[in-house]
Design a protein around this ligand. Sequence first.
Ligand SMILES: Nc1ncnc2c1ncn2[C@@H]1O[C@H](COP(=O)(O)OP(=O)(O)OP(=O)(O)O)[C@@H](O)[C@H]1O
Length: 705
Amino acid sequence: MNEHYCIELRISEEDISSDIEQKKEHGHGFLHRHHHHDHSTYFDSDKWTAGEEIHPGLLTRSQIAPISSICGLADTKAVTMTEAAGIYDVSSNILNGSRRASTTEERRNPFAIREGSCFVWQNVNMTLMHQQNDKNGKREILNDVWGQLQPGKITAIMGISGAGKTSLLHVLSGRSQSSKKLTVESDIRMNKIRVDPSNIEVRKQIAFVTQDDALQSTSTPREAIAFSAKLRLPRITKDDEIKELTEKMIVELGLEECADTMIGGELVKGISGGERKRTSIGVELVTKPSLVFLDEPTSGLDSVSALQVINVLKKIAHAGCSVLFTIHQPSSELFASFDNFILLNRGVVMYQGSVDKCPDFFAEHNYAIPHHYNPADFIMTIAQKYTKEMMADESFCTKNKLSLQADEVAKGEEMRMSLGVGKSTHTNDNEWKHVSFFTEVQLLFKREMKNTMRSKLVRARFALTTFISLLVGCIFYNVGNGRDINSHFGSMVMMLMISMFSTALPTLVGFSDERPVFLREYSTNHYSTVSYFISKLVMEALITLIQVLEILLVVYFMVDLQGSFAEFVAIEFSLAMASTATAVLVGCSVEDPKMAIEFMPVIFLPQILFAGLFVRTELIPVWLRWAQYLCALMYAVRLALLAEFGDCASMTTVQMPNPCKNLLEANMVEENDKAIYWAILWGLFVVFRLSGLIVLRKKATKFFD
Ligand SMILES: Nc1ncnc2c1ncn2[C@@H]1O[C@H](COP(=O)(O)OP(=O)(O)OP(=O)(O)O)[C@@H](O)[C@H]1O
């Protein structure tokens, strides 16, 4: 019978610790059967009958299997278990079914009830290698860390600075991987299955809000949230659903007043820090994740804004989500609002459990938390005092209570099924897929267009290009009418150099400037590197064309050039595209805009040196001469010379020698090689662009180190 069922057995910690039999009498610990949300529908099964009781402690894998086969229609996440606290917590859901079968109403509500995911970890170790100051040349950042998240609860990771909070969050979300200088080990279970968190399918399940709020500065909170929803929700989500979802999210996050204000950045004053943080959270929550991780969501916020943020997190937890976040030093009010917390101290777990039970724990260790004292402050002060050795001596390290069996890391279909993203029996499966490549490019291009229209930098770029073109036009005024061939040639070179600098330079800085936004969006599965690259390329080509026309409309007519205007447009455009491709490659390779600026001379100086302007190419040492083939300016100069002086050079005049012919010869320009010059110019564009794409892809898939 091809129907989707949701079987649910929830047993709280209290149920586990106290008398289960007694709880059962009160209706706890029963197998509930739902058909979607209709509690009265029973499933038919040979093995399980309606109303049958499950004894949690006795539930075995073989008993789980029949349930899986009933509701485990290929797209169904059947039964999941957590052996936390030594007992099976059976929480079966049809993750795909429940997420997929969500009604239009649910799709419109960002805080709609969802099925939670069980998330458990143990043996989390992170070691820095080749450390000169530490014994054995190693430094342990995380040591045998363990923990678990419960759906519906918010869990804080607390600890003094350098305790390893961010490192733990990064390991759990697959953002930290082993490298030459870092060893990372972890045993992470999601819905019972051992998973590799760096796997994209796992990462897709976890909404991650970074500390730096990498948001597009020219977008508004409304646009940022809608953009994320459009790209990340399945195709079935209609435009009006996205609109309503966005509006509800804005209201829930208290962003109504700033919803249409630009987010802002270094150059533009935008929304406040708290509003920025809530926007970042909104951007991640639109996908209705079951796991939400946040790195320092309250840092830099006043107590009211911090409480606002935590209230949003509590709200999302009440919808069924598991929330995990790092926090420095919460106020007592904030601390009291957490469900659970993990105290990390020097990379080890000092406390793990509910906020309510922590006073007893510390009292047992002779640290009774005084009344009228912020418990978080008190706990941190204690943590500060303890070295690893002291914690071990005084049995302060909280031992792993999970005792999970070592399982193979699930791959492929097994993992996808566990995460609820396996094969589906839905006939309209296409509707549940990620938006198409074309939609990705289209949405990215639209955002790029808005960004361009709103960017002060772009406006400054056009204004400065006009200014510099006018300056060149004035200096070389009318030299094109044959007064002096050297000045005539100089004006053309200057014109080419303006288009090279004025297009490549902003691209170089812009690409690395936008890098954090790209990395965040890529890592959270907004779009592919190729669609990002293509949308940027199309926008760049448009701006470049406008800029080239702007330069030529001033310089060409003021200098009174003789060649064809269209040909000059083509040459300048090709040069600008080839130079921006070089800039993109460097922009993709370096970490930040400041570093990109340091690279400027390396990109532009060789262009000028090898263009034959200061030294004839045949005089350059042979072992260096190959570099000329990488210099787009040289080929653009040759093409421009042919466009301007080609006719004159081929004329047989009485005047001997022909100055045009001499100029072409001095620059080693051959009329017959024109096609080769064009081919090399566009070849450079293709090679540098593709290299840029490869570098970007490589960097995007590798988060750290
Ligand atoms: N990739 C890395 N390379 C070098 N050192 C690292 C790396 N990752 C973490 N560390 C070091 O590990 C320690 C823990 O860092 P982490 O950022 O996790 O601490 P934290 O508890 O989040 O601190 P804070 O509250 O100050 O942000 C720090 O001393 C940090 O320098």
